[in-house]
Design a protein around this ligand. Structure first.
Ligand code: SAM
Ligand code: SF4
Ligand code: F3S
Length: 466
């Protein structure tokens, strides 16, 4: 069991005092100050950004999208692939212009990239317009960093190595009034050989079941209709707690909360998913008929080199078991092509697994070496062009499958949650998370409706309200 660090109520109360002091300083201004929070990466980062916005609002800031108008800019970064990092560094570089136009602007960088060894030094020497740099473990101290800046402090760097902590009760300004993220655990212990997340997000820490349940109850009471439980591997929820509540128990307990809402979760690691999870999903009527179950590779040699701790055969068994419990289950997955040394035959094993499982959708990534991970040191003889060719072949195969699967919905009726508007369409999601576009109709956002599916393509379904 890991040493679990919970931020004390005293320490959190000190941050609340700081928020009040900043709010008083800001109240003395003629117009409210403006803040911009920009987010890269996964849902965990989106949930963290909602907390940053919650803290900023409590300190008197209003939100803006205009980087020239913003008094405070926070960029919440992702380190999972090189491409995401390059985008961040490019955009941070461009902020020299906004800082020059508004010298009082406070530019902050946070999130996973800042926790990488060497990154803080790189920012210190090459991005001098950045005032505050902090890693994911220091997010709860953001008010203190901001106050110090307002008081004229020099650059702040708070990125010490850490196994991580749990900070409860931070305010959150949610992006949507319909869909909510609900982190149930933080960090990862799995150390897949390609992945940087365990290094930057620390060890697995579960939130206490009573804290998760209280937040879920509050969300249901506030009218949220789509609640997604978040964790890098939700199936190991609770292993670090004395309560003896595992992830399936948590689903069953949230399912009992009164209200009409859908319960989703991500991500499940195949090594820890099993019969208890599927049977609980099947009998929990609020639980969405969707599971995101990343397989990463169809080759046993590659899976072993990735340190995934399951085999192609055990993954296929798991899919069969899940579908036996829930025949209407929507199954999505992540896959990496071009892992170091992946041969053409091994890539074909991935293609064959995709043909066999017939996922509803697939998130496909080209391997990106991450400094400090074992895979970054493995011999990697295949060229970028070769990897791109494999990537294109896999995407083409999956697009055909997605298109066929979507076509099978045409003529059916579906209960969907209307979650927003895009151009001249309403957007909605099925229980399995499939996107449905509907003709515009007033005041339906946030309601469940029954629709007839009239058309489809690779990415979406089209329907009409019944
Ligand atoms: N915890 C989740 C799990 O184990 O499935 C995934 C989290 S990760 C943020 C999301 C996806 O990014 C992974 O499933 C993997 O496919 C991909 N990924 C992670 N590291 C990568 C790397 N170095 N290069 C390419 N893709 C990577
Ligand atoms: Fe990364 Fe593996 Fe952890 Fe997912 S389970 S976050 S892929 S180390
Ligand atoms: Fe990126 Fe960190 Fe998520 S590395 S994918 S933002 S956990």
């Amino acid at each position: 069991m890991n040493q679990r660090i919970e931020i004390s109520e005293d320490a959190l109360a000190r941050q609340r005092d700081v928020m009040e002091r900043v709010a008083e300083l800001n109240a003395a201004r003629e117009t409210p100050p403006l803040a911009l929070v920009d987010t890269y990466g996964c849902q965990q980062n989106e949930a963290d950004s909602e907390k940053l916005r919650g803290m900023l609002k409590a300190m008197g800031y209003e939100m803006t999208r205009d980087e020239y108008a913003a008094d405070v800019i926070v960029i919440n970064t992702c380190a999972v692939r090189e491409h995401a990092e390059q985008r961040v560094l490019g955009n941070v570089g461009a902020l020299t212009h906004t800082k020059k136009a508004k010298p009082s602007q406070i530019i902050c960088l946070c999130g996973c990239m800042m926790q990488e060894p060497g990154m803080a030094d790189r920012i210190r020497t090459s991005y001098r317009h950045v005032r505050v740099v902090f890693g994911p473990h220091e997010l709860w101290r953001f008010p203190e960093f901001l106050l110090r800046q307002l008081q004229g402090a020099g650059q702040i760097f708070e990125t010490a190595p850490s196994d991580g902590c749990v900070a409860e009760g931070l305010p959150s300004a949610r992006d949507s009034a319909v869909k909510a993220w609900l982190p149930v655990m933080y960090g990862c212990n799995n150390f897949c050989s390609y992945c940087i997340v365990p290094y930057v997000r620390g060890r697995e820490r579960s939130r206490r079941p009573e804290d998760v349940l209280a937040e879920a109850r509050a969300l249901a009471a506030a009218g949220y209709k789509d609640i997604t439980l978040l964790g890098q591997n939700v199936n190991s929820y609770g292993q670090d707690l004395p309560e003896g509540v595992d992830f399936s128990d948590l689903i069953a307990q949230i399912n009992e909360i009164p209200g009409d809402f859908l319960l989703r979760f991500m991500t499940s690691h195949p090594k820890d998913a099993g019969e208890k999870l599927f049977s609980t999903m099947a009998r929990s009527e609020k639980c969405a008929r969707h599971i995101h179950l990343p397989f990463q590779s169809g080759s046993n040699r590659v899976l072993s080199a990735m340190n995934r701790r399951y085999t192609r055969e055990s993954y296929l068994d798991l899919v069969r078991m899940a579908r036996a419990y829930m025949p209407d289950l929507v199954l999505t997955s992540d896959v990496i092509v071009g892992f170091p040394g992946e041969t053409e035959a091994e890539f074909e094993d991935t293609l064959r697994l995709v043909e066999e499982v017939r996922f509803d959708a697939l998130f496909t990534f080209i391997f990106s070496p991450r400094t400090g991970t074992p895979a970054a040191k493995m011999p990697d003889p295949f060229t970028r062009e070769e990897k791109q060719r494999r990537f294109d072949a896999l995407v083409a195969l999956q697009n055909g499958i997605s298109e066929e699967k979507h076509r099978a919905y045409v003529g059916s009726t579906q209960r969907v949650l209307i979650d927003g508007q895009e151009g001249d369409c309403l957007t909605a999601r099925t229980s399995g998370g499939r996107l449905v576009r509907l003709p515009l109709a007033p005041s339906l956002t946030g309601t469940f409706q029954t629709v007839r599916i009239t058309g489809s393509n690779t990415w979406a379904l089209f329907g009409e309200l019944i």
